[in-house]
Each structure stands twice: as C-alpha cells, then as structure tokens.
Design a protein around this ligand. Structure first.
Ligand SMILES: NC(=O)c1ccc[n+]([C@@H]2O[C@H](COP(=O)([O-])OP(=O)(O)OC[C@H]3O[C@@H](n4cnc5c(N)ncnc54)[C@H](O)[C@@H]3O)[C@@H](O)[C@H]2O)c1
Ligand SMILES: [Zn+2]
Length: 374
C-alpha cells in the first residue's frame, strides 16, 4: 500500500502536506522531523496512545521528549493545557521547539492550542491516530478546549507544518471509535463525494474491520479531500464551512438529551438521516435521497444490532429545546445544513418549527444501534 500526499492551502496561501498511508510513524514522519533540523521536539500524547505509539516514536526522533496527559474529552480543559505548558518548560522547550501531536481529536485540539499559544506560537505537526482525527480534526487548523459552560468555547486557528496519518494505528482503535469516524466519512460523501458512499461497508461490521488496507486508505484520503476542499474555500468559517455541520444540529441535541451516552458517531449517523428527512419534508429533495442515506448508514451497522427508538426517556420537544443551544444558530434562528441531492448541501434558515418537530418525532426510527443506547 502506497503512501499518498495531499496538500492544504492554509493561512496566507501557505500550503502544508498531508500524508496518508501505512507505516508513516516508523519512517516518513521521524524522517521529516529530523530533516527539519529542530533541536528539541515535544511529542504530546495521552495515556492510552503514548504507550502504544508515543514511546517508540520518541526513540526514533533524536532530541525528542514525551508529554502524556489523561485520556478523555472530560480532560479537554485549561488544567490539561497547563500540564502541556509545564511539560514543555520542564524539558527546556523554547520558541523553536515543535509540538508533535500524537492521538485523537481531543489531544489534537488541546496540544494544537498549546502550540498556538506557548511563547506566542511554536511549530505544530499533527499525527492523528483516530479515524475522526484523520478525516476531520487534524485538517483545517481549528484548535481549542472546553469549558464547563460548553464544548470548544476557547480556541484559535493554527495550521500545522504537516499532517501524518498513519493508517496502521487504526488497528488498535476501538470499533466504536471507528464507527464514529465513519459517520464523518459518510458526512463527507454526502457533502461532496457521493461515489465514496459506495466504498464504505467494512468486512467485519461488528468489529468495524477493513481487511483491505488499500481500500481503507482510499476511503480516508477521499474523506480528507472533502474536508480540505471545504476549508480551503472557507478557512475562517464565514460560509460554506457550515456544510461540515451536516447532521450535527440533530446530533448535538441527541448527545445533550442523553447526557452523552450516545456516542458522537451514533448521533451523527442518526442526524444525517434526520437532515435528509427534513430536506424531503421541505421539498428540497425527493424520498429516494432519504432512502439512500438510510441505507448507507444502515449498511455500516452490525446486522444483529438492536433496532428501536433511541430516546425513550425524552421526546421531540426536549430535542427541540436542546437545539436552541446550537452555537451555529444566529440569534436563535433555526439554521440547518440540508441536502438537495447527494453532493449538494445547502444552508437553510428559518425552518418552521412544526417541520422540524415532525422529523424529531420519528428520529432514530428503524435503526440498529450497536452502542446500546436504546
Ligand atoms: N479541530 C477540528 O476541526 C475538530 C473537528 C472535529 C472534531 N474535533 C474534536 O475532536 C474530538 C474528538 O476526537 P476523537 O473522536 O478522535 O476522540 P478522542 O481523541 O477522544 O479519541 C477517541 C479515543 O480513542 C483513543 N485512541 C486514539 N487513537 C487510538 C489508537 N490508534 N489506538 C487506540 N486508541 C486510540 C483515544 O485515546 C480516545 O480514548 C472532540 O473533542 C472534537 O471537539 C475537532
Ligand atoms: Zn462530528
């Protein structure tokens, strides 16, 4: 399986490379870091990923040291950012010391923020190890952390020098995390690459295992290309970057009303179907599109997963109320990314409440939900 190189046009027209393929952490990535002639190099990871890949990586990069922080979205806080600053200082980092991020989107966002701010900014290199981080979080330069008041409330834009997505690391990624990443891949296909939707079914749906590495690499590359296309056209999120929010207004509401017992991937999968149904309800598209989205989402679930209504303890009104907190709604005006067709997203404002509630009443109907949130 070949390593492929993509390129992203970032701030001030400066481009950075994105490598995708197997074995990058062994070879190309340490090579790149060494070639750049940095003195010290900080590898920032978490307590799950550091023992798997971080310790071996610092051995391959001369002059590097490892900073490992606790694993989990609940640690995406100012206190953890502080731990990263402390680790940098304790190891003699200065303005020229690059931060190499090794892990999923949580550590990517946090260590990226630390790189954007430590001594007013040091170089950043991304080595995403979760599928979601590869196809979504590591590209586009958004970094930040959570506050008790809400997710991602503080952040910055910080482009990396390069992104190295070693697909071999996905061998150890838990199946539910693969599923979460695949929901974002479906989103990418629906936004701008409909043929991608035909390539996604894993060989083992329960374990989310892709025997054919070549195909997995191709899936990831194409999903990355969609994200790259969107952020290149709208780096600072003024317009079409909103397309990346497809399905997410529904997803965030589901996550909120279930206290995050629903994984992000499950919520996005259901949210993508809901977005298609709302599109049909508003006559933006026909029923065939809804069927298409349902079948793609369904084709990634295990055949023997439970089928049922996802939120027995709360109704459509609770979901509607949860949606009012959507950061991307301007002045509380309902704003959804919908579909005219696969590959044709559109932002629609001021959708009648009744239309949304009709969709919410049937949300999750007819789905296998493997993470057991029924
Ligand atoms: N900056 C952006 O543009 C952007 C976009 C989307 C999401 N995000 C952020 O990304 C975060 C979600 O990212 P995520 O889904 O990667 O979650 P995550 O970083 O929590 O990773 C999921 C889990 O998998 C583990 N893991 C990662 N790689 C592994 C590997 N190779 N083997 C074994 N375990 C591994 C992690 O330690 C973690 O336990 C959220 O905080 C979200 O806000 C940012
Ligand atoms: Zn998402």
């Amino acid at each position: 399986v070949e390593v492929e190189w993509l390129s992203v046009k970032g701030a001030c027209g400066i481009s950075y490379p994105v490598a995708v393929g197997p074995g990058l952490l062994e070879d190309a990535f340490p090579g790149f870091v060494t070639e750049k002639g940095f003195g010290r190099v900080a590898v920032v990871s978490n307590d799950t990923v550091a023992p798997l890949y971080g310790e071996a990586l610092v051995e391959r990069i001369p002059g590097s040291f490892l900073i490992s922080v606790p694993d989990g979205e609940q640690y995406k806080t100012p206190a953890t950012i502080r731990m990263i600053y402390d680790g940098l200082l304790a190891n003699g980092a200065d303005r020229s010391t690059p931060v190499v991020v090794l892990g999923g989107g949580v550590i990517g966002d946090m260590a990226g923020f630390a790189a954007a701010t430590f001594m007013r900014g040091v170089p950043l290199v991304q080595a995403p190890t979760s599928l979601l981080a590869m196809v979504d979080a590591s590209i586009g330069g958004k970094v930040g952390f959570d506050l008790p008041q809400g997710k991602n409330l503080v952040g910055a834009f910080k482009d990396p020098l390069a992104v190295f997505a070693d697909i071999e690391t996905l061998d150890t990624l838990p199946p539910e995390e693969m599923r979460t990443g695949m929901s974002e891949v479906i989103k990418a296909g629906l936004i701008a690459d409909p043929p991608l939707l035909d390539m996604l079914v894993p060989d083992d749906r329960k374990r989310m295992h892709y025997r054919d590495r070549e195909r997995l690499g191709r899936i990831i590359r194409r999903a990355m290309a969609v994200k790259i296309g969107v952020v290149e056209q709208d780096r600072l999120e003024g317009g079409i970057r909103a397309y990346l929010n497809l399905g997410h207004t529904f997803a965030h509401a589901l996550e909120l009303v279930t206290d995050f017992r629903v994984t992000h991937g499950e919520a996005v999968a259901v949210g993508l179907v809901a977005a298609a149904r709302l599109s049909e309800r508003l006559s933006l598209c026909d029923g065939a599109l809804v069927g298409r989205v349902e079948s793609v989402v369904q084709s990634l679930r295990p055949a023997d997963g439970p089928v049922g209504h996802p939120i027995p303890e709360s109704g459509p009104e609770d979901l509607w109320a949860a949606m009012q907190h959507d950061k991307k709604w301007r002045n509380g005006r309902p704003r959804f990314v919908l579909l005219r067709a696969t590959g044709e997203p559109v932002v629609v404002e001021d959708i009648p409440r009744d239309a949304v509630l009709e969709v919410l009443e049937r949300i999750g109907e007819g789905f296998a939900t493997p993470s057991g949130w029924t």
